[in-house]
Design a protein around this ligand. Structure first.
Ligand SMILES: O=C(O)CC[C@@H](O)C(=O)O
Ligand SMILES: [Zn+2]
Length: 495
């Protein structure tokens, strides 16, 4: 029996330009069958009226959050149970019908929407909490639970999700796990590879792999769940997750500081780590262009003047409010007296704290309102992280409306965004493959946390060796021999 039914909320983007379809990408449809009436009848026999074929209802599932990619799926399936997914997959595999699993559809690399007419399997109705062990702090839930709903549920029990991201109001835990989402507190709580204790997944054949362990230590051979974390729905459909839930901190403090140079931003991080130690829970940075866009599109009241080059958000999470606040104040004083920061403010109440976080968390939303965005999410050594933005700003001058850099400085993760007035091949060619080469030359990763999806799949070799990609293909062939699960994604496309 489910313990709780939770609500599903949807984040919408307001961009109005028509998204690109497969024709724009010069890629061929795979050798898959087309959905026919007999297939629809079979789906209806399993799901009843949870089969959508009305084009108006299917449309939102075909278009990604950024509204830059559109698939042409004719059918959306909305299962509620693992067994229903298993039956659907058995049929699709037998008929060689391609499918795309979809959670909250908040991905940024085109991984969650169809490219051609893949059947969309939405996990939105799989939103039950299955168990919570409050003593061990282990939650087990279906994959369609919305991240924020889970966190709210846990907060009533003084626990929290180890993961937090801007899309928390719509993204689903199954999507988070499938894409190995990083987010805002990885610095403190670590990645999903460490926090997920177990999962359940349905393979292309319909076989259910129950690896839903709830123990912290399980050293019984190959750790199969790790293969599904970050596989972007290409190896199986994650249907349930078992995850660690840390104790919710009693005291949270947030400061925003501003700097003139990126060297100073790095010093904020180094000093913060040294002086705040174990209570440091997030260090995020954004440049002045981000701040300007947030101001322009979201009319937030900005806590500091908008004329500085860089802003750094520092969060502490601990158990003793006055002690933590004092430590944070001392840290800011030290940064001021050593001329690392120009100004800074500490939020003294929840509203101010939320306002500072909004300035950071809503950057992606503000950028989306500006125009067609070329998004890159790279891991780089801290010392050369912003150099990339400077180089790109020079390279794209006169071609891009706006160039922005922000990200999770504590994780060495830069989000580089360039905004154009419309879809522009010229702009794209100036960015790619240059940005991947530059990143690979510095031993970075071409995807720190967003995944490869459709957009970055063909560039995997900048971050993985031929032998590794070949091994990935062998895993794919083993688990999905007909290649029906999320085709055209993650692995490089062979034309
Ligand atoms: O928009 C982006 O490039 C990053 C989105 C997200 O990962 C964030 O950190 O806000
Ligand atoms: Zn991010």
């Amino acid at each position: 029996m489910p313990l709780l039914m939770i609500r599903h909320t949807v984040r919408r983007s307001l961009s109005t330009l028509p998204p690109l379809t497969a024709q724009h990408y010069d890629i061929k449809r795979g050798d898959y069958s087309k959905v026919n009436d007999v297939d629809i009848e079979l789906f209806q026999s399993v799901l009843g009226d949870r089969v959508l074929t009305d084009p108006a209802l299917v449309e939102p599932y075909n278009v990604d959050w950024m509204r830059i990619m559109r698939g042409q799926s004719k059918v959306v399936l909305r299962p509620k149970t693992t067994q229903e997914i298993s039956k659907i997959m058995r049929h699709c595999n037998g008929r060689k019908l391609a499918v795309v699993p979809q959670g909250g559809n908040t991905g940024l690399v085109g991984g969650s929407v169809p490219v051609f007419d893949e059947i969309i399997i939405s996990t939105s109705l799989m939103n039950n909490v299955l168990s919570l062990d409050e003593t061990a702090g282990v939650l087990v839930c279906q994959s369609g639970c919305v991240l924020k709903d889970l966190d709210n549920y846990l907060s009533e029990r003084n626990l929290m999700m180890p993961l937090d991201l801007g899309a928390k109001g719509s993204c689903q835990i199954g999507g988070n796990v499938s894409t190995n989402a990083g987010g805002l507190r990885l610095l403190r709580y670590g990645s999903l590879h460490g926090n997920v204790l177990g999962l359940e997944a349905v393979l292309a054949s319909g076989e259910v792999i129950n690896s839903l362990s709830t123990v912290r230590k399980d050293n019984t051979g190959y750790d199969i769940k790790q293969l599904f974390i970050g596989s972007e729905g290409t190896l199986g459909i994650v249907t349930a997750v078992s995850i660690l839930t840390p104790v919710r901190p009693k005291s949270v403090n947030v400061a925003l500081v501003c700097c003139d140079t990126f060297e100073q931003v790095q010093s904020v991080f180094v000093t913060g780590r040294k002086l705040l130690g174990e209570i440091l829970s997030a260090v995020e940075f954004f440049d002045s262009s981000c701040y300007q866009l947030v101001k322009k599109h979201l009319s937030l009241s900005l806590p500091l003047s908008s004329h500085h080059q860089f802003y750094v958000l520092i969060e502490t999470a601990g158990s003793n409010h006055s002690h933590d606040e004092e430590k944070l104040s001392l840290c800011l004083e030290e940064l001021m007296s050593s001329n690392v920061i120009i100004n800074g403010t500490i939020a003294t109440d929840y509203t101010k704290m939320k306002n500072i976080w909004n300035c950071r968390e809503l950057i992606a939303e503000a950028i989306n309102k500006e125009g067609v965005t070329y998004k890159y999410d790279v891991s780089l050594p801290l010392k050369c992280m912003y150099e990339l933005v400077d180089i790109m700003r020079e390279r794209l001058k006169d071609k891009a409306l706006c160039v922005l850099g922000y990200g999770h400085i504590g994780d060495g993760n830069l989000h580089f965004n360039a905004v154009g007035g419309s879809h522009s091949k010229e702009l794209l060619d100036l960015i790619e493959p240059f940005i991947f080469e530059w990143t690979a030359d510095r031993k970075g990763s071409i995807s720190a946390e967003h995944g490869l999806g459709f957009k970055k799949a063909n560039f995997i070799n900048y971050s993985k060796t031929d032998e590794t990609v070949s091994l990935m293909r062998r895993f794919k062939d083993l688990l999905d021999p007909k290649g029906i699960l999320n085709p055209y994604k993650t692995l490089p496309r062979i034309h």
